[in-house]
Design a binder for this molecule. Structure first.
Ligand SMILES: [Zn+2]
Length: 492
């Protein structure tokens, strides 16, 4: 269904700072690129929030009937310590410290990333390219930029000439910075520096002898700059200009600014029509950082093995918690906030169960069609998930009123309510009903209790009770088996 023809989506474009009507380059199709993780450590919860925001956006665009090509890369080379121009490659450093091959580091943390995203019920992107898989494309872009005169080679490295670019283009337009101010605020370059100006950034870095991640190039052995990989991979799969580019707020400058400069220098036109930035996650009111200990990994939340939260929270609850804030707002994680989200999540899931068995009548006491449009209006207003969730809870309140006999609903409206709630909760927000893992965990606990009670009954020679437990479980499809190791069970 081409819902997008009737639903008019507006999104906040970081480039203009305004909400703009979304109009893709090609009707019915959307190209979207999101900067992926640098796979040198376990994925941060803050990064999960960013990727989850774009997963929700991907889901809603698909729900509207767009054919979306969603590209999210894996950075497996070229990202240097502190996002600086000098310093060690993050992956090479980890490989050195742990005495691993760099690609072992990449494999380990790519698997971790996918594993966590699966738990959060992410949809996989259409293409997930890696930086090391696109070295040739990156070299070609550097050649083109050199040819156009916006880059220079020094001692085996190639740098982007920001001053030269700024003579005919505007460097800083995404982040609202002016090159003159940036220059005024930087210290003089020391004599050893290879760059003409401190704002210049590396497109290609010469690999020193000890640098293990290296590729041959027209300028000697080296490795590509971090900003360049995203230009190479986004334009390769989405074209020289595409619809949406997303990422965390912290990538706006310099990463995305440099992407714009590279693409404009290479292709003579802007690469992206809509720039979207997701805001950060804080914890207990403070920035999350490993160095201060104000940090928690997603896996530690799911297992409850941490010193910060009072209990474990399921991925669905954490996802619901994150969807309760607008993607452009700062979100603060705390024990109280997660407990409140868990309550909300449970109420929402209960409402689905109540709805299944809800009796119908000859009239409906609320306008379900108008309610449905309100849900769309919320999402059409820059993916406003908190407002959408407020509307969903309006429906929950109505469902409870109908169950308690205070209001009624027709069969037709009940179907519409069920379908719309399902679409928004499961398809658009990506929330899952209790996972089977949790169900299995609960079942295991209940079964242990029943087996203990049956053993107690048997040792008291109360065979009526012990047989009753066995027979009733049998009718539920659960078989008990008494063996040398005790009693086990199997589910048919
Ligand atoms: Zn990027």
């Amino acid at each position: 269904m081409q819902l997008y023809k009737n639903q008019h989506l507006r999104i906040t474009n970081s480039l203009s700072g305004k909400k703009e009507v979304f109009k893709p380059l090609s009707e019915g199709h959307v190209g979207m690129y999101v900067c992926g993780p640098t796979v040198y450590s376990n994925v941060h919860l803050g990064n999960c929030r960013t990727f989850m925001s774009f997963d929700m956006i991907f889901r809603y665009l698909r729900h509207l009937g767009y054919k979306v090509r969603y590209v999210r890369n894996i950075t497996d080379a070229g990202h240097l310590e502190d996002d600086a121009e000098d310093g060690e490659d993050k992956i090479a450093k980890k490989a050195r410290l742990e005495q691993l091959e760099p690609m072992e580091v990449v494999q380990r943390y790519t698997l971790d990333f996918h594993n966590i995203l699966d738990k959060f019920n992410f949809l996989p992107p259409s293409i997930e390219p890696t930086a090391t898989g696109h070295i040739i494309e990156q070299i070609e872009i550097i050649k083109e930029i050199l040819e156009k005169g916006y880059a220079y080679e020094t001692n085996g490295s190639v740098y982007f000439d920001v001053k030269k670019f700024n003579e005919t283009h505007q460097y800083g337009k995404l982040s609202g910075r002016k090159l003159e101010d940036m220059i005024a605020n930087t210290r003089e370059l020391n004599a050893q520096n290879e760059k003409k100006s401190p704002q210049d950034f590396a497109l290609w870095k010469k690999a020193e002898v000890q640098h293990i991640m290296r590729w041959p190039s027209p300028w000697g052995d080296g490795f590509p700059g971090w900003h360049l990989e995203c230009t190479a991979m986004s334009t390769k799969y989405l074209g020289e200009t595409f619809d949406i580019h997303g990422g965390g707020m912290d990538l706006k400058f310099p990463h995305h600014e440099c992407e714009i400069a590279q693409a404009e220098a290479c292709y003579d036109h802007p690469p992206v029509n809509y720039w979207l930035h997701a805001n950060m996650l804080t914890m207990n009111g403070k920035k999350m950082a490993k160095s201060t200990g104000n940090n928690i990994l997603p896996g530690e939340i799911f297992t409850g093995e941490n010193m910060i939260l009072s209990k474990a929270f399921s991925p669905s609850v954490v996802r619901f918690f994150m969807m309760q804030a607008h993607y452009t707002s700062i979100l603060d994680l705390s024990n109280d906030a997660l407990v409140a989200s868990e309550k909300g999540y449970n109420r929402l899931m209960e409402a689905f169960e109540i709805l299944k068995f809800l009796g119908t009548g000859s009239k409906t006491d609320f306008d379900v069609v108008a309610w449905k449009q309100k849900c769309y209006d919320a999402m059409n207003d820059d993916f406003n998930t908190p407002i959408l969730i407020a509307h969903l809870f309006d429906a929950v309140r109505r469902i409870n009123l109908i169950r308690d006999g205070h209001e009624t609903i027709t069969a037709e409206d009940k179907n519409l309510l069920q379908k719309t709630m399902g679409d928004f909760v499961f398809e658009v927000l990506g929330i899952e009903q209790k996972t089977s893992v949790e169900d299995a965990h609960t079942l295991a606990g209940v079964m242990k209790l029943l087996i203990d009670l049956r053993n107690e009954a048997r040792s008291n020679k109360d065979f009526a009770t012990s047989d009753k437990i066995r027979d009733e479980l049998h009718t539920l499809g659960i078989q008990l088996k008494d063996g040398n190791e005790g009693t086990t069970y199997s589910v048919a």
